[in-house]
Design a binder for this molecule. Structure first.
Ligand SMILES: [Zn+2]
Length: 179
């Protein structure tokens, strides 16, 4: 994975870029939770479930089906279904799915089971630029940790904050146009 903080870049960039009318604060906060949620599967190691099992790390919780179910559940749970349900669902789905897509761009571990339950194959992106983050905190505070942060700034924060700024600019231009 990128670091946990790195996974927040997608909901923050897209959510803040789209603005609070499209993505109210509660929906944004839920998107941040959903972007982190798939990595709860590291608990699988504790239960002796092997990494390459569909229920191991980067398994079912990193699939598009899981992202859709989790997004739907959160849309209903936070009451977003009453106001702009489709926009909320789409934002939450993209936030949840961004987790696996970012993991697929990392240079270590196994790939993500993106197409579970239809396939247990683990996928990586053809382009794997993000240095994988060590799972332990002690190993994180090392030269390796610095390299991880550097690659994450370049390949996660820079493009996603750029996307956020672009969405913001488009929104401002549209408002000016409508006026
Ligand atoms: Zn992950």
């Amino acid at each position: 994975m990128p670091t946990l903080i790195g996974h927040l870049a997608a909901p923050l960039g897209i959510g803040l870029g789209l603005g609070s009318r499209t993505v109210p604060r509660r929906v944004l906060a839920s998107g941040m939770v959903l972007a982190l949620l798939p990595d709860l599967d590291v608990l699988a190691f504790r239960f002796g479930i092997p990494y390459n099992s569909p229920f191991g790390h980067r398994g079912f919780s990193h699939s598009l089906v899981f992202a859709a179910i989790a997004a739907l559940a959160f849309t209903l749970l936070i009451g977003a279904a009453r106001r702009r349900p489709l926009a909320s669902f789409l934002f939450l789905f993209v936030s949840a799915a961004s987790h696996a897509l970012l993991d697929a761009v990392t240079d270590g571990g196994l790939g993500v089971a993106l197409l579970w339950p239809f396939s247990n194959e683990r996928y990586f992106a053809p382009f794997r630029a993000i240095e994988v983050s060590p799972l332990g905190l002690s190993r994180f505070f090392s030269d390796r940790g610095l390299a991880v942060l550097r690659s994450e700034l370049l390949w996660v924060w820079l493009p996603l904050s750029g996307l956020g700024l672009w969405l913001y600019a488009v929104r401002r231009m549209r408002t000016a146009w409508i006026r």
